[in-house]
Write a protein that binds this ligand. Structure first.
Ligand SMILES: Nc1ncnc2c1ncn2[C@@H]1O[C@H](COP(=O)(O)OP(=O)(O)O)[C@@H](O)[C@H]1O
Ligand SMILES: Cc1ncc(COP(=O)(O)O)c(N)n1
Ligand SMILES: [Mg+2]
Length: 544
């Protein structure tokens, strides 16, 4: 029977038909309550703002590659809330498992009740269950609560071969847990253990194993082939009771595979919690593991044979990050904005232009490339970042949040009709710099409320770079500065001749000037930058 769409009618599902293929489960419905009661109001409110929620019942891995820690990272990466019931604490690293300390059954029960009586859990995912007592406790309590699905990863041993749960739990899996599961995800060794020790070495063996394990009662079975001998593809066999699907991925050559099984199962749980049906959930999970392994194949954490991988695709950014630093408002002093037309006219590449500006004293760079195709823009940004970072200068991207993300630039500068700074902040994260162009005090306040780091104010004077641009003049600049809670850089028609008059308006949060033509529509970028730099230095050294 096809099981797809079991989550597509979240309010009409039969718990006994979802959580358990075979066993009845206690149901507490809200429909038998008074619709005006506090509970009913709270339930209605929470259903409107319901966040998909996975509860993982698993062991802690001190090395944080597998277990509870992998589950938390996976759910976070997939936008699903994850609560945690810890069944055992393990002392574990990239070498192996040095110790296992099971949590007493009663305390596993207490954790389960704490979460399940308070929070609306959609999917329960199980990992390491170190004793038969814990398996039985879990099954007993699960039957008392309403959850949509149970994903069972029948963890028995770590990849290093250390025992995490002995054969004594098998009876509990066979008789109680598997019949309640919507899916069970054994690796080759676990599938073999579940079937009393049969040898599994080929994809055909995995198919027969999936069929036999299905007889224990789970709605679906996924036999994982991560341990098939290299160089075979990483093939997993999915069985829905009638049909088989082979999920095939290229085998990534890496030592960083610790936690793949936990990650795959919690990703399936997360996708189910979001409302996916089963096969698409498994496909997303498979792709997630493959992509994360590929991204993390070269990272080095620990000295043993089994490294963790990066669930959040962020760790590599900070490898060798010695040249990175945070934003300081004084960085705005001499703000150079590139212009491909001008640089082309003078026969130089953007990278040469950026290098010359930095050597002349530019304190921050913004790449403003209106004509570049996206791929070219990303490559250009990466090349310029190499130069700017080696000089300790920050580099921002004009308008294009996607290019900033792809190149890992230091931030973006957006205009009033570009992406809202609030959305840009959500995409870029807290450490990236966001600047916003503002002409009025209202816009300046809004930029601050939206989480920007600085504002650009102008055009102060008329300029050829932006046709028909409304100018604010020195008075307008002063008004905006006085009302801005953020540091300000002045822009528009500024050069060696008038930079002094701009900086002398006497407002402390005016931190610098931004220039395009005054640097790049000139024959020698570095000497123009030097001239401008010395004008600014003269102003800064004047008594206030
Ligand atoms: N080197 C690899 N390259 C690509 N996928 C892999 C690799 N190793 C494991 N996988 C995948 O990771 C998932 C977890 O499988 P596996 O490692 O067999 O489980 P476990 O961690 O429980 O032993 C499966 O989808 C498997 O195909
Ligand atoms: C606490 C704990 N749980 C599970 C695993 C399995 O790890 P893998 O996902 O690599 O099979 C582990 N090593 N430790
Ligand atoms: Mg493994």
């Amino acid at each position: 029977m096809a099981y797809s769409g079991f989550l597509s009618h979240p309010l009409s599902f039969q718990v006994s038909g979802v959580l358990s293929a075979r066993l009845p489960v206690t149901i507490s419905t809200s429909s038998d309550r008074n619709p005006n009661s506090v509970m009913a109001v709270l339930e209605e409110r929470s259903s409107k703002h319901k966040v998909p929620h996975v509860l993982t019942v698993a062991g802690s891995d001190s090395g944080a590659g597998a277990g509870i820690q992998a589950d938390l990272k996976t759910c976070a990466a997939l936008g699903v809330y994850c609560s945690t019931v810890i069944t055992a604490i393990t002392a574990q690293n990239t070498v192996g498992v040095q110790g296992v300390h099971p949590v007493p059954e009663e305390f596993v029960a207490e954790q389960l009740r704490s979460v399940l009586t308070d929070m609306q859990v959609d999917v329960v995912k199980t990992g390491m269950l170190p004793s038969i007592g814990i398996v039985k406790t879990l099954c007993r309590i699960l039957k008392e609560f309403r959850v949509r699905a149970l994903v069972v990863d029948p963890v028995m041993a770590s990849t290093s071969g250390d025992v995490l749960a002995g054969p004594s739990i098998l009876a509990g899996l066979w008789k109680e847990l598997l019949p309640m599961a919507v899916i069970v995800t054994p690796n080759l060794k676990e599938a073999s253990a579940l079937l009393g020790g049969v040898q599994l070495a080929t994809v055909d063996d995995m198919r027969s194993a999936a069929k036999s394990i299905h007889d224990f009662g789970p709605r679906y079975v996924l036999v994982k082939g991560g341990d098939l001998p290299a160089p075979l593809d990483a093939v997993d066999v999915f069985f829905d009771g009638e049909n088989f699907h082979e999920l095939r991925a290229a085998r990534i050559k890496t030592r960083n595979t610790h936690g793949t099984g936990c990650t795959l199962a919690s990703c399936i749980a997360a996708e189910l919690a979001k409302g996916s049906s089963m096969l698409p959930a498994v496909q997303v999970a498979k792709r997630y593991v493959e992509t994360a392994l590929d991204y993390s194949k070269d990272i080095v954490i620990g000295s043993g044979p089994q490294g963790p991988f990066d669930h959040l695709f962020k760790l590599k950014r900070n490898v060798c990050s010695s040249s990175r630093r945070g934003f300081n408002p004084n960085d705005l002093l001499l703000y150079a904005i590139t212009d491909s037309r001008m640089n082309k006219k003078w026969g130089r590449s953007i990278t040469d232009a950026v290098k010359a500006a930095i050597e002349g004293g530019a304190t921050i760079i913004q790449l403003r490339e209106k004509e570049a195709e996206t791929r070219e823009f990303v490559e250009l940004a990466k090349a310029c970042l190499e130069i700017s970072r080696s000089h300790g200068v920050l580099l921002l991207i004009n308008d294009r949040v996607d290019v900033a993300l792809a190149s890992d630039a230091d931030g973006v500068h957006v205009g009033q009709s570009d992406m809202s700074p609030r959305i840009a902040r959500a995409l870029l994260g807290p450490e990236k710099i966001i600047g916003v162009s503002c002409k009025t005090p209202e816009q300046a306040l809004q930029a601050w409320a939206d989480g920007a780091d600085y504002i650009g104010c102008g055009g102060v004077f008329p300029t050829s770079t932006k046709a028909n641009n409304l100018t604010v003049g020195l008075d307008g600049l002063k008004t905006v500065c006085l009302s801005s809670k953020l540091p300000v850089v002045a822009i528009g028609g500024i050069g060696v001749g008038n930079a002094g008059s701009v900086m002398e308006i006497g407002v402390p949060n005016l931190k610098g000037i931004a220039v395009v033509s005054a640097l790049f529509d000139r024959e020698c970028v570095s000497s123009e930058t030097k001239k401008l730099h010395s004008v600014l230095m003269d102003v800064l050294s004047m008594p206030k």
